[in-house]
Every structure is written in structure tokens, then in C-alpha cells.
Design a protein around this ligand. Sequence first.
Ligand code: NAD
Length: 433
Amino acid sequence: MRIAVLGTGYVGLVAGAGFSDFGNDVVCADVDAGKIERLKRGEIPIYEPGLDRLVLANLKEGRLRFTTDIAEAVAGAEVVFIAVGTPSAADGSADLSYVIAAAESIGRALTGWAVIVDKSTVPVGTAEKVRAAVARTTTQPFSVASNPEFLKEGDALNDFMKPDRVVIGCDDERARETLHALYKPFVRTNDRVIFMDARSAELTKYASNAFLATRISFMNDMANLCERLGVDVEHVRRGMGMDPRIGPKFLFPGIGYGGSCFPKDVKAVMSTAREVGGELEILEAVHRVNERQKRRLADKIATHFGSSLRGRTVCLWGLAFKPGTDDIREAPALSIIDSLLAEGVTVHAHDPAAMGPIGALYGDRVRLFDSNYEAARGADALAILTEWHEFRRPNFERLKELLRQPLVFDGRNIWDPVEMRALGFTYYGIGRP
Ligand code: NAD
């Protein structure tokens, strides 16, 4: 099948590579000429495990191409995906300007029937806005469908190639058959393609992300209660998660959710609710708890040092909003860095993937180190912000020698408090006595 994908970010690039790997002829287009130049050379502008091999293999076979020319990408395509950003507008609603601009450019480029598919996360009613935008710019026949993406950064290829479910919202038979044919190879053993109307599909994506964010804020609230009660939230988490009605995933307390999706999607669906005269009271609390939780670790550090924080050095291990990605959009690390810098703290940091974006944002205000141990040298405390594998079992003796004092703030509860104290560290976790 001939496919065009507009937007070569985390979603568009993974989707383009994934579809081409199943034999489709895919052209990915982006307005960012620098990104497209790099992709043409086989350079991957983001960090996502396994993506480089997939892109290179399909580039080589000629099934995957990159261009800045939207007309070239769209001409002759049966399926055109919109996978551009939908950031938060100032009022919390989703900014649809990129989606509508993409839709208009698709309309101008259509050479015959195609189904235009929203893969971006968009509010209820966007499929209709896309339909109107395309209709303004073409006389060709076309269909519109909503196909929200559920991949998670850090494991995006697995999620895309073996989806739990494929949600397709559309109301015409040709579009439905075309998209079913496209996705069938991805769900061969058990057809997990779910069809519904576009509005339901649009809300399904927000409801899913909002629910996951709710689990995280719920556990962070519980963790704070645990601290007051002298209970270890890790016992509570394990005890809860074994109930099959609850399940073990997304119950990890920490320093708040971040990333390019949960914060903006929670705000966007609250904004949608307000527009139609409703209020999502649970999500209002989820958002508030998260804002509080993002300050929690910096508060713990400040409380430990009392009035003598200025002039201290704090080392941060992990900056990305989660392991397996270089994405720092709305990462809790940003709030923590900002408050430490505001207190006059010298910040040392290491992250296996995200030092480029952090360097671009903070310049020399944050000292970045290629080695996590070197980052710890001479620091008054170490804080774990992202639970990368390589931080889970470090050489604690070496770490103790490098730190000015053996003091750790474990924002992800990756270490055992009893063991840490036995090793001579002063240990603070989240929700642990
Ligand atoms: P991103 O910011 O990484 O990439 C968006 C890309 O679109 C950029 O490269 C940008 O240059 C390009 N672009 C903007 N306008 C364009 C246009 N008119 N034509 C062509 N390209 C254009 O975004 P992302 O993280 O890939 O997210 C894309 C969408 O998918 C968002 O709505 C997001 O909420 C949703 N989503 C993201 C994830 C994720 O994990 N990142 C998961 C599921 C859904």
C-alpha cells in the first residue's frame, strides 16, 4: 500500500518505519528540513531503541523515503497519516494549528481518493475540523478517520509492531476496509482492531492517558500518606498490584508524571469537558497532585540541608522523563533543576540519552558529565530522577567515596533503604519511612 506520514517525530517516524517494514511503500514528510536531511542520511534524530536499524533497513530497500515536499509524499497515497504535534495552548486546550495546517497541505496535494488519518492525539470533533480543512483545499474525493496511537516512548517499536489494540474511528466502508487491510498483518494471531465512530476514538485516547496519569497521582498521594504513617509504600504497591482487578503496572510512586503526553493530554481533556459545561473533578485533582509531586524531591533536599542549601552541589542521575528515551518534555527533572538553581545549588548531571536536550535548554547552568560516577564526584548529595537500568545496581562503595557525604534522594525507589543504610548512606525515598 502507498502511505504518506506527515510529521517525523516520535510517533510519525516509528509509524513510518513500522508500516514500511511490513512491505508498504511509505513516504514520510516533515516541515523541518534539518530533520529530513538527517533522516535521508540514515541518521535518527531521536533516541528510541531499535529504531535506527528499522529505518536503515527500510531506507536501503527503498520502501521508506523522506521528504520536505508534502505534495510528493501525498500524491498517489491511499492512506495519509497526520502525526504532527498537538501541544498545550496557553489555556490548556490542545493547539490544533499544526494538525489543521497539515490537513490543508494534504488537501492541496491529493491526486485521487485517500483516507486521511489523525494519528496525533486530538480533541473530540477534530476529525470534522480536518474534513473541513481538507475540503477547503481540494476537489478530490477523500475520507477522514481517527486512529490514535498508543505507543510508549522507550518501547515504541514493540508497541507499534505488536499493538494491544488498534482503535479506528470512521464512518465509511472504504476507509474502514483500507485501514483494516493495513493493520491486519500487525494483529495476525488475534484481530485486535476495534472500529467505532471518530469522536469515540478521539476520546478513547484521552481517557486512556488520563486513567494512567490517575494511577500515578493516586500512588503519589498514597506515598505521601505512607510517609506520615511510617508505612513503606513499596509493600502497599506490591500488595495492591497482585489483585488482578488492579494489576501491577503504573503503580510506581515517584516524582510525578511528565513527558510529551500525560501532562498535556490531562489538561486538554479537562479543557474539552469545560467547553461542554462539565468538569472532570478527578482529573483536576490528578493534575494538582502531580504539580505538587514534581516539587517533592527538591523540597526533601531543601529540608535536609535547612538554610544551608546555597553553595551546595547536587548530582542528578537521570534527566529524561522516563528510561529509554531522550525526551525531556515536561520531565520532572526540569522542575527539580529549576528549583535547585533558584536556591543557588550547583547542579551536576548525567543521563544516558537526554544530555543533548538538557544541554540545549540549560547551557552551562547545568554541568553535564559523560560518566555518572564523575557527575557524583564532590557532590553533597545524589538524586535519582530516572530509573535507567544502569543506575539500579551501581558500585555503592565507589559512589560513597566520590560523594562529599553519603546522601541519596531516590526519586524512583530503585534502591533498598535498609541496604543503603547498612552501606552507610543517608537514604530518602518516596513514601518510605
Ligand atoms: P513530535 O513533536 O516529536 O513530532 C512532530 C513532528 O511534526 C515534528 O517533526 C514537526 O516538525 C512535524 N510537523 C509539524 N507540522 C507539520 C506539518 N504541517 N507537516 C509535516 N510535519 C509537520 O511529536 P510526537 O511526540 O511524535 O507526537 C505527535 C502526536 O502524537 C501528538 O499529538 C502526540 O500527543 C501524539 N502521541 C505521542 C506519543 C509519544 O509517545 N510521543 C504517543 C502517542 C501519541
